[in-house]
Design a protein around this ligand. Structure first.
Ligand SMILES: CC(C)(COP(=O)(O)OP(=O)(O)OC[C@H]1O[C@@H](n2cnc3c(N)ncnc32)[C@H](O)[C@@H]1OP(=O)(O)O)[C@@H](O)C(=O)NCCC(=O)NCCS
Length: 277
C-alpha cells in the first residue's frame, strides 16, 4: 500500500496563509501573503499536513464566473514528492468543480503538466515567464510616470480575453497597497507586488508596439526586479522584450478540464499570472 493512501486531505482557511507562503517560498515562487489570503478567502484550498502538523502539500480551486474556475497553488514539499499527493489534491479540486459544473483551467509548469495530463487536462495556449532583474530608472528630470489606467477598461478587456468576468480578482489586485493601474493610449496594464519581484499583468493593447511602449514606461518608473507572463503567440511582443533585456525564465502550458465556454474576442499580451490565469 502506498504510504499516502490513507492520508487526510483537509480544507484550509485564512489562518493558513503563512503556512502556504512557506510552501510556495520553498519552490521560489513569487506569491506573497496577500495572494494566499485571496485564495484562502475567495477560493477553496485543500492541503495535507504531516504527523507533526506541518503543511506539506496544497491545491487551490478558485471559482470565477460563468461556470469557470482556476486551479493553482499545486505544491508538494520536496521530500513528499512522487507519492501521488499532487494527483490526489487536484482530483479533490476536480470533484468539487464537477459537482458545481465548473470548467477548470490552469497554467502548468513542466512538472505540473506531468500531473495534469493523466487526469484529463488538455493543452490550450502557451506562456513564457520573463524577468527583468535590473530596470533602468528614468534619468533625473525625465517624465517617467505613465498615466493612470481605468479599471472599467481593464475589466472589459479582460472579459474579452478570458471569455468570462474576473472583476472581483482584478479589483482586489488594483486595491492592494503598491498596486498601479497604468495606461498608454490603448494599452492598459496592472502592476502589483510579489514576494521577490513586482508583476506586470494582465496587459492588453491593440498592437505589440503599443504593449511594448507601455512596458517601457512601466520599467522606467519602477526600481526593483519585474516579472511578466507573456502569451507565446504574441511573438513581436516577446521578441521586443528579450531585445530590451528581459530574460525568459520558464514556460507555462495553459490547460483545460471540461468543455470550452465562451469564446475570447482578444488575445492579451500578458496574463495576470499562472496562479490566476
Ligand atoms: C509538480 C508537483 C506538484 C508534483 O507533485 P507530486 O506529489 O510529486 O506529484 P504526483 O506524485 O501526484 O505525480 C503524479 C505523476 O505526475 C508526473 N510528475 C510528477 N512530478 C513530475 C516531474 N517533476 N516531472 C515530470 N513528471 C512529473 C509523473 O507522471 C507522476 O507519476 P509517477 O510518480 O508515477 O511517475 C511537485 O513536484 C511540486 O510541488 N513541484 C514544484 C511546484 C510546481 O511545479 N507545481 C505545479 C504547478 S502547475
Amino acid at each position: 500500500m502506498d504510504d499516502t493512501d490513507g492520508i487526510a486531505i483537509v480544507r484550509l482557511g485564512p489562518d493558513d496563509a503563512s503556512d502556504g507562503l512557506v510552501l510556495s517560498t520553498e519552490t521560489h515562487w513569487n506569491q506573497n501573503e496577500a495572494d494566499w489570503r485571496f485564495f484562502l478567502t475567495t477560493g477553496i484550498v485543500f492541503g495535507v499536513r504531516d504527523a507533526g502538523g506541518q503543511l506539506v502539500a496544497t491545491a487551490a480551486l478558485l471559482p470565477y464566473s460563468s461556470g469557470n474556475a482556476w486551479i493553482s497553488m499545486v505544491l508538494v514539499t520536496e521530500n513528499w514528492r512522487r507519492r501521488g499527493l499532487a494527483t490526489k489534491l487536484v482530483d479533490t479540486c476536480l470533484n468539487v468543480a464537477t459537482r458545481q459544473g465548473l470548467t477548470c483551467w490552469l497554467d502548468a509548469t513542466p512538472a505540473g503538466a506531468g500531473v495534469y495530463g493523466p487526469l484529463g487536462f488538455t493543452p490550450t495556449l502557451q506562456l513564457r515567464r520573463l524577468r527583468l532583474a535590473h530596470p533602468e530608472p528614468a534619468k533625473a528630470g525625465a517624465d517617467a510616470s505613465p498615466a493612470t489606467g481605468d479599471l472599467v477598461q481593464l475589466l472589459a478587456r479582460d472579459l474579452g480575453a478570458m471569455g468570462f468576468d474576473r472583476g472581483p480578482l482584478l479589483a482586489e489586485f488594483a486595491g492592494r497597497p503598491g498596486s498601479r493601474l497604468l495606461s498608454n493610449g490603448d494599452a492598459v496594464a496592472l502592476v502589483r507586488d510579489g514576494r521577490t519581484a513586482r508583476h506586470i499583468g494582465p496587459l492588453f493593447a491593440n498592437r505589440a508596439d503599443r504593449a511594448l511602449a507601455l512596458v517601457e514606461v512601466i520599467v522606467r518608473s519602477e526600481t526593483g526586479p519585474l516579472l511578466i507572463d507573456a502569451v507565446h503567440v504574441q511573438e513581436a511582443f516577446l521578441t521586443g522584450l528579450t531585445a530590451s533585456g528581459w530574460t525568459i525564465e520558464r514556460p507555462f502550458q495553459r490547460m483545460r478540464f471540461g468543455r470550452a465556454t465562451a469564446k475570447p474576442t482578444e488575445q492579451p499580451f500578458a496574463v495576470a499570472g499562472p496562479e490566476f490565469g
